[in-house]
Write a protein of this length. Structure first.
Length: 249
């Protein structure tokens, strides 16, 4: 699988060789943080803001980003603007990625729904990212798992900068205090920089969308959570490109 993942990384590098696309790997320290939901909602929000989005799904199953976006497109539930553009999604499996289905215009943004390996590391494909985003909930266990995730990625890959999405929060002030504490501890003990990518409100529309087998940006675009994802998306497509680590494959 490692050789396959390396070949996928090389294919992605070739695809983006003459492109200004930003590549963002989105992961989480443990299950239940809302990583895949964040990927899908951000893909839809970015597309709604006029970006040509490619999602690379490293966790293909019946609840994955590729399954969700495929189902939404099949149902005709989501489209933006007069051109009805959709996020493009490719499931990463045992075969090298085939990019021949991409439109003539390359992606503006590539989102990788990044699975961590048994050691807590990223795949060679996800390591092509300009930025690593960690999705976390506001609980003691979630903060601890997020810190542990950053520590492993720092040790394994030498990643020195992370962005955090605080997911499903009930109090903006409390969340910022927790994130400031995480930022300080990560700086002092790991020598890494932690930046807040954005906060997503704990919004009943998120659960209502799930009951409809949809996502909040698609089902309730005027909701608080959808607006939060739109703000995070706007920040993502303004980030400058730079590698997450000094060494290349």
């Amino acid at each position: 699988m490692k050789d396959c993942s390396t070949s996928q990384a090389l294919a992605l590098r070739q695809l983006l060789a003459n492109s200004a696309a930003r590549v963002v790997a989105i992961t989480a320290g443990s299950k239940g943080m809302g990583r895949t939901a964040a990927v899908v909602n951000l893909a839809m929000a970015l597309t709604g803001q006029g970006m040509n989005v490619l999602v690379l799904d490293e966790c293909p199953d019946d609840r994955s980003a590729s399954a969700a976006l495929g189902a939404a497109r099949g149902a005709g539930a989501f489209a933006t603007g007069v051109h009805r553009r959709w996020p493009r999604v490719l499931a990463v499996d045992a075969l090298p990625l085939s990019f021949n289905l991409m439109p003539e215009r390359g992606p503006d943004i590539v989102l990788v729904d990044a699975a961590l390996d048994d050691k807590g590391g990223l795949s060679p494909l996800a390591l092509q990212a300009d930025r690593v985003v960690v999705v976390m909930r506001m609980s003691a266990d979630a903060v601890a798992s997020t810190y542990a995730c950053m520590k492993r990625l720092r040790v394994i890959h030498g990643i020195m900068e992370f962005h955090v999405i605080a997911n499903l929060i009930d109090g903006g002030a409390d969340a910022h205090a927790v994130l400031e504490s995480l930022e300080n501890i990560a700086r002092d003990y790991l020598a890494v920089s932690v930046h807040l990518a954005g906060c997503i409100a704990s919004d009943p529309c998120v659960g209502r969308a799930a009951e409809l087998s949809r996502y909040v940006v698609d089902a309730f675009p005027s909701s608080s959570a959808a607006s939060d994802f739109a703000r995070v998306a706007a920040r993502i497509h303004s980030w400058p490109r730079h590698p997450v680590r000094g060494a290349c494959l």
